[in-house]
Ligand binder design. Sequence first.
Ligand code: ZN
Length: 433
Amino acid sequence: MIPASGSYRLANAHVHRSLTPELAASFDAEGFALAELTVAGGKIVSIVAHAKPNAEANAIDLAGRIVLPCFVDCHTHIDKGHIWPRKPNPDGTFMGALNATGADRAARWSAEDVARRMDFSLRSAYAHGTKAVRTHLDSVPPQEEISWPVFEAMRKKWRGRIDLQAACLLGIEGVRDKTWFERLAKRVAAAKGVLGVVTYMVPDLEELLDKVFAEAIKHGLDLDFHADETDDVAAISLKKIAEASLWNGFEGNILVGHCCSLARQPDLEVLDTLDKVAKARLAVVSLPMCNLYLQDRRNNGTTPRWRGVTLLHEMKARGIKVAVASDNTRDPFYAYGDLDMLEVYRMATRILHFDHPVGDWPRAVAATPAEVMRLEDAGMLAVGGSADFIVFKGRSWTELLSRPESDRIVVREGRAIERQLPDYSELDELMVG
Ligand SMILES: [Zn+2]
């Protein structure tokens, strides 16, 4: 359907208001308008409103199919991905995940093992239509010395197809070893990475956060936290991060993931936290599939009664940047997943109610994470931008989100890519023993 080269026009594409900001058109109640996109030299050279069936020659009639910009996945763990067959979560809990992954890392994460699983994940993400991925990298010694060089090689290998970013990942208690943490921050800076930690309610949390901010300021790094991935109402590290950002006068981007416990806290506590998060200009990413899997896991014969996700609607209403992302794929933190951001959006719609109205929620898988990741040419359909988009079969939200859309067409720099998902059996030899 998409020509292999040259220039062409796509008529009667359904584009969404939230991801096509330059288009002046009358949008329907779902936020869609029919548009004609002209592609030349790998770029989108025009987007114009087109309300009538196209009768002109040389235009490809999409007949109302939805066209979205390629996805941006701002929170993943492709260093952990696909270890499930050799290291499943024994009971589906967070602690089960932490212990299983730690044991597997110590025993098995050679450079080759990490590289092959990362590449597998990136091939899936690319085939599903993602153009940028941020991964966390477990950076507990000695893993940081293995995984960061692998990341740098993988980023180079994938340049032009997937814009790959990495953030270091360690429990915040690791910051207590100042010499080691300073060396890690230097390593992250050398790789043009992002400084990340997992915050826990340790007694010296504020002091440790100050150290994290100091290193980020020293090296000019953005920050990326895992915070409050628990139902414990006493977990308020999101607020502590906002406070630390304000008193340190931090000017970089901060992305905070999970923030599950916020949804369990009393309203007054929540309001105070959200005020500070907005004031400190933190962005928040929710990981709905992983949260649904790990949170409220009971293992006592009773049924979960909480969805696990944080308060994205309340955040967005205050102007806080919000995103959703894949998080883990086929590892002890989440038994499923394939880095398909359409699946993430579909699940987020159901778990977080990204509907009635849909409004600008589609930004949460494209434009907003692109801003957080400082990507210049991603997350929108824009005149002059790369012709990187996905043509779906669905013509409306109900059609788009009801089927897997495994026959979607992914266009990169104007050309339809070969959408080849890697075969699971490729990893079999890494799973034995
Ligand atoms: Zn995560």
